[in-house]
Design a protein around this ligand. Structure first.
Ligand code: ADP
Ligand code: MG
Length: 323
């Protein structure tokens, strides 16, 4: 059991940022409106994630670290959808297999909370405790028992950068939630959670980008496309400033990037990549996100229709801007 969790961990947990991603997505699934993350040494020695979500009761806690013990697949067809995040109860078991995990959580309506300590996949302590409603995870010494993995960690500042990028992407897709990231005393990121994508963009990219934004609003029978694209002069040298969400979940899709870039072709010079933060709402059955657990690259059914819709949405926004 511990061995298979360690193997699964290799799939789900690649670096500190993957731990942060899984924990933050769980907080979102738990309905949190405020999520703070604190890291030390780029998350290698310490990651703390605190949320004000639903919390867990004693029964939830008991099974949370078991593999495939997800509370999120309620109907068989959910397996085909990405309406909730996470990959079917692998994350906590995987993280606990390769680190030391402390959990403090209290479910709304309960008078006491629960404290759990697990390390290397072994339960060390579980008891009742007093704590606020919501959940706090503290992860220490990631990969302490998997030296091969540990060796591949980059320097602290690089890993911290990955974490900051991960939270930024999630924050842009969830503007109704306030996200905060600190590394020791340094505040790296703080979004207001006021449900305004533009405010989230401002918090993450600074005020310069704000005057370069064009709003996108498009809808047909199949797709609703909303968000912001950058004016041609805000285009970048790489795709790091392109954030795509499918039903609010951050994903990557070369196809979508190409479709957006197509709409700019005549107005951009070569090797320039437009800025965008776009959310596409569509029937989850038309997306296959489960290509592999840690990967965010998605595949679409009816690709050419979607590609066309994106092209039209972006073209429309661009031409309305030049009017
Ligand atoms: P999954 O997210 O696929 O269900 P995880 O291993 O990430 O699997 O989490 C296991 C379970 O632990 C979740 O289904 C949920 O019930 C519980 N859980 C994890 N994190 C939280 C949280 N922050 N708040 C409330 N419940 C949580
Ligand atoms: Mg999860």
């Amino acid at each position: 059991e511990n061995t298979s969790n360690k193997i699964a961990a290799g799939e789900v947990v690649e670096k500190p940022a993957s731990v942060v991603k899984e924990l933050v997505e769980n907080s979102i699934d738990a309905g949190a409106t405020s999520i703070s993350v604190d890291i030390k040494n780029g998350g290698i020695s310490y990651i703390k994630v605190t949320d004000n979500g639903s919390g867990m009761d004693e029964d939830d806690v008991e099974i949370a670290f078991e593999r495939h013990a997800t509370s999120k697949i309620k109907r068989a067809e959910d397996l085909d959808s990405i309406s909730t995040m996470g990959f079917r109860g692998e994350a906590l078991a995987s993280i606990a297999a390769v680190s030391s995990v402390e959990l403090q959580t209290r479910a709304a309506g309960n008078t006491y909370g629960m404290y759990v300590h697990i390390s290397g996949g072994t339960l060390r302590e579980v008891r009742q405790t007093g704590c606020p409603v919501g959940t706090t995870f503290i992860i220490r010494d990631l990969f302490y028992n998997t030296p091969a993995r540990y060796k591949f960690l980059k320097k602290d500042s690089t890993e911290a950068g990955y974490i900051s990028d991960t939270i930024s992407r999630i924050a842009l897709g969830n503007p109704e939630i306030s996200f905060k990231l600190t590394s020791g005393k340094a505040l790296l990121l703080h979004t207001p959670g006021n449900n305004d994508v533009k405010s989230a963009i401002y918090s993450i990219y600074g005020k310069e980008i704000i005057k370069e934004l064009i709003e996108v609003g498009y809808q047909d029978e199949k797709y609703k496309i909303t968000g912001y694209i950058g004016k041609p002069e805000a285009a970048r040298a790489n795709r790091n400033y392109q954030s795509l969400y499918i039903n609010r979940r951050y994903v990557k899709s070369k196809m979508v990037s190409y479709a957006v870039e197509q709409a700019y072709t005549s107005i951009l010079m070569k090797n320039k990549f437009p800025f965008f933060v776009l959310n596409i709402e569509l029937n989850p059955l038309l997306v296959d996100a489960n290509v592999s657990p840690a990967k965010t690259e998605v595949r679409f059914a009816e690709e050419s229709y979607l590609s066309r819709a994106i092209y039209m949405a972006v073209s429309k926004a661009l031409s309305s801007d030049t009017l």
